[in-house]
Design a protein around this ligand. Sequence first.
Ligand SMILES: *Cc1c(COP(=O)(O)O)cnc(C)c1O
Length: 418
Amino acid sequence: MKKPFVTLEQLREITKTYPTPFHIYDEKGIRENARLLKKAFSWNPGFKEYFAVKAEPNPYIMKILREEGCGADCSSLTELMLSEAVGLRGSEIMFSSNDTPAGEYTKARELGAYINLDDYTMIDFLKQECGIPETICCRYNPGGVYTVSNGIMDNPGDAKYGMTKDQMKDAFCRLQELGARYFGIHSFLVSNTVTNDYYPMLARTLFELAVELKQETGAQITFINLSGGVGIPYRPDQEPNDILVIGEGVRKAYEEILVPAGLGNVAIFTELGRFMLAPYGHLVTTAIHEKHIYKEYIGVDACAANLMRPAMYGAYHHITVMGKENWPCDHKYDVTGSLCENNDKFAIDRMLPKIDIGDLLVIHDTGAHGFAMGYNYNGKLRSAELLLKEDGSVQLIRRAETPEDYFATLDFTEFFPK
Ligand SMILES: *Cc1c(COP(=O)(O)O)cnc(C)c1O
C-alpha cells in the first residue's frame, strides 16, 4: 500500500492558504533517504552524490540535499546558476552536459565544476572556449543492449550519449597532452531500474574500463561516476530497491576489480535524481468535475502541464483519494486534466473508491521529473511548490505562476506593456 506523507486534515489546513493544484515535498523523507544513500557508500571515503538538478530544480530542495552532503549534477547554464545560488562550488558541482551550447563550459569552469565531456569532439570545443582543466571526466557508451537481472534493459547503442571505448582511449591520451592530470569516467545506461543489480553491474563495466584505460593510456583515474538510473517503485506491487544492498554490490565489484589494479583510491560518485526525490513529492489536486459517457471520467484541477510523465510515457502514478483510503476500489475511472489533448490523463481505467466533487487526490511519486517537466501548453500556469518541513509546518518554496508571468516575455509589445 502506498501511503501519502500528508493526512487529509493537514491538506485541508494547507488548502486554506494554498489552493490546489500544488506539488508538496517531504523534508523528513528526503533527509532520511539521503542519509541512507550516504551510509550505503560509506565504505568509499571519497563518495559523493551529485543530485541531478533537472529532476527538481528548486533551490530550497537543493539546499536540504546540500546539508546532507550532496552536490549538484547540472547540464545547463541555469542549472549551474541554481547550484551557485545555493552556495555550491568547485568539486561540489558536476557538469554532465551534452550538445553543450557555447558559454556553458566557461560558466562551469568559473565555478570550478567538474566537466564531464560527452564526446571526443568536445575536447577541442572546450579547449577553444576556456581551456582544459586539470581534472576532467569523459562519458562512456558501451553500445549494444544492456540487460539487468530482471530483464530491465536499455539500448545504449541507440542512445545519443557518451563515447565508444576507442574514443575514450583517444580522449584520455589527447587530454593528457593538453595538460589534464586527473580523470573521471561516467556512464548512464538504464533509467528507473527497480533492481538491486543495476549499479553493481554498471560498476563492473566501468571498473574494468578504468583498469584498461589506466593500463593503455597511463591516465590517473580519480573518480568513477555511476550517474543516475536507480529507480523507485511507482506501482504499489513493486519491490523497492535496497540501497544498502546496492552499495554493498558496488563495494564487492570495487574490491574485486579496482583494488587489485592499484585503483583502490578511486572515489565513487552518483548523480541520482529520481531515487533522491520522486517518493518525497505529491501532486495534490481536487476533483472538480465528473462525466459519464462511454467511460467514467473524473476531471481534476491539475493537468499534464503539472505532471507530464503519464501523458508522455504512459507512466503509472498511484493515486490516493484522501479520506477514502479504506473504501473499496469499486469504481473504474479515467482521471483527467483539462488540456485539449486526449493523453491528458493521470490514470486510465483505474479502480478507485467512488470520487465525489471536492475530493482531494494525492498523485504519488511526483518529487522527481514532476514539476520539473512542467510546461505552459494551453496557457496552463505552473503550480506552486510547498515544503512540508520536519516540524510539520509548511513553507511556500515556489509561488504559483500568474497570467502576468505567462505574458512576461511579451512585455515589450503593445499587447502586454510593462
Ligand atoms: C537525468 C540524469 C540523471 C538523473 O537520472 P535519474 O533517473 O533521475 O536518477 C543523472 N545524470 C545525468 C547525466 C542525467 O541526464
